[in-house]
Design a protein around this ligand. Structure first.
Ligand SMILES: Nc1ncnc2c1ncn2[C@@H]1O[C@H](COP(=O)(O)OP(=O)(O)OP(=O)(O)O)[C@@H](O)[C@H]1O
Ligand SMILES: [Mg+2]
Length: 246
């Protein structure tokens, strides 16, 4: 289990995130929702060890009750923008996360190449990011993240650029991988359908300062959820978000 305790983030002149605490469990998906600008990406960046210069954070992380220092190889991170390197091909970009973790270039390529097809990127291996659509780039960035071995995945709006059918395909693919290898997932999303279909728990953030105002478990297993269950939870989530935005 990965626990975050008392995370506070400040910019030079503002308190951005106040006293955020949560835990991620292996085999569980936690969705993080909240209005634009409330600090979701800042929380995830901090946990990935890439908080930008100019922001200062305080907070503790524990992995299985051991104090953890950041950045940690226990987490793999997909930023909100795809952050692909423009001078690398799609295959090279997808393999980069593995190379950074010490795999040889050829081994990393051999690992990702057979997956490109499943990501709708078959035939794109040698192309450069600028030659692909936004949705294709986002899938390449998702692939780069998910092949990394970290026990926890931090996904910042990983499917926001995808059409509905492709998104469903990626969600299903993710759930299948998690069944094979249980990992803890923190997924930022604005899509309440995505949150209720995928999450075991939904954390709702409010803004000014960013803080968690609700922590809603979704207990039925994903396969047993009925549309009526999910609609009820979406109504609760929607009203929490509206309350915070008015
Ligand atoms: N480098 C920075 N310096 C100062 N303020 C920043 C910096 N980065 C982000 N912020 C501020 O922190 C707040 C939270 O930003 P963040 O990107 O975490 O929001 P978010 O919840 O992910 O929003 P969205 O849903 O639009 O992605 C915003 O008010 C933003 O202006
Ligand atoms: Mg964001």
């Amino acid at each position: 289990m990965l626990r975050v305790e008392g995370l506070t983030i400040r910019s030079e002149d503002r308190l951005l995130v106040s006293d955020v605490s949560f835990a991620l469990e292996e085999g569980r998906i936690t969705c993080l929702i909240g209005p634009s600008g409330c600090g979701k990406s800042s929380v995830v960046k901090w946990l990935s060890g890439v908080l930008p210069d100019g922001l200062v954070a305080e907070g503790a992380t524990h992995l299985d009750d051991e104090r953890l220092s950041l950045p940690t190889p226990a987490v793999a991170y997909q930023p909100q923008q795809d952050s692909l390197f423009p001078w690398l091909t799609i295959a090279e970009n997808a393999a980069l996360g593995l190379e950074v973790r010490g795999m040889s270039r050829s081994e990393a390529r051999a690992w990702v190449l057979p997956l490109l097809e499943a990501f709708g990127l078959g035939g794109q291996a040698a192309r450069f990011p600028r030659e692909l659509s936004g949705g294709m780039r986002q899938r390449a960035a998702f692939l780069r993240t998910i092949v990394q071995p970290g026990r926890f995945l931090l996904l910042d709006e990983p499917f926001s650029a995808l059409d509905a059918v492709t998104r469903l395909g990626m969600q299903t693919w993710l759930c299948e991988r998690l069944r094979e290898t249980p990992r803890g997932v923190l997924m930022v999303t604005h899509d309440l359908y995505e949150a209720t279909q995928l999450a075991d728990r939904v954390l709702v953030m409010a803004a000014r300062p960013g803080r968690i105002v609700a922590d809603i478990p979704i207990t039925p297993p994903r396969a047993a959820r009925t549309e009526a269950n999910l609609a009820e939870i979406r109504t609760v989530l929607r009203s929490l978000l509206m309350e915070e935005m008015t």
